[in-house]
Design a binder for this molecule. Sequence first.
Ligand SMILES: [Fe+2]
Length: 316
Amino acid sequence: MSARPQVRTGAAFDLAGDAAYQAWRTRKLACFPKSLAELVVEVRDPRALSSGERQALLERCERANMAIYASAAGGDPDKEIPRRLGLQLGLRDLDANHLADDDGISPLAVAARGTRGEFIPYTNRGINWHTDGYYNPAGRTVRAVLLHCVARAETGGENDLLDHEIAYIQLRDLDPQHVRALMAGDAMTIPARIEDGRVARPAQAGPVFSVDAGGFLHMRYTARAVSIEWKNDAATKAALSALERILEAPSPWMFRGKLEPGMGLVSNNVLHTRTPFADSPGHRRLIYRARYFQRVGAAAAAGNMRPHSSSIGEKR
Ligand SMILES: [Fe+2]
């Protein structure tokens, strides 16, 4: 099977012509991994990938916009692990949000008190479907996300994963008007964030689906009903309802994985969730999260596929 699903031109996402979409769709679905295990690449040292390991990660990201690495790094808390791994995959520019540590890599763990504890990522609560940084302005688009696991929780803390290109296909197959509605520049508005009586972030309107200069599809989305205003028309409501049904329905395209220490997820900011979790004295979940303005490097030589074993279970 060819493992090269994409030569993107952007034409595939143009609703005016169906031929390019159908051609891209056929290849995309034919190349898409059949199981989570197909996404997993065993790497010896994430800080210094071999050529083969690097190519294997890139190849999976081309097929599914995500890859999982499994390494022997275990519980090593060195932030250079995700940083250097990202660099080797072409990920250079970090989105340093105001809650991240100075180096732009956020340690996601339960915060006992303080500002972080007010934000769901720093609690043990579940997080519904979203893409990261959906509230960012267009100039700070989060195109890639890297999660590196230092410690797992006692129970829970799994991630559901859905390639946003698959979500696009499912929506367009249902009704191209759903895609049209979600590509509108005013489909979703992030209200201004007020802190201490001042506007910390102005309101931002933007699309759910957009196509970047390289012809790649980007998605901004959150299933949360708060802190977001959807365009109040029938087409947008219908599209959102359809998307919600897609995200709630079992499908072979959707994976569930749990990162163990030394493992990580590198993705082109695909749709994901997090299940609730419970820490114990011996297992306090710690995930390093890095958000980047680049996509995972696209230039890679073709490689042969081979199955990889994994301790992570498949969802469906
Ligand atoms: Fe996220």
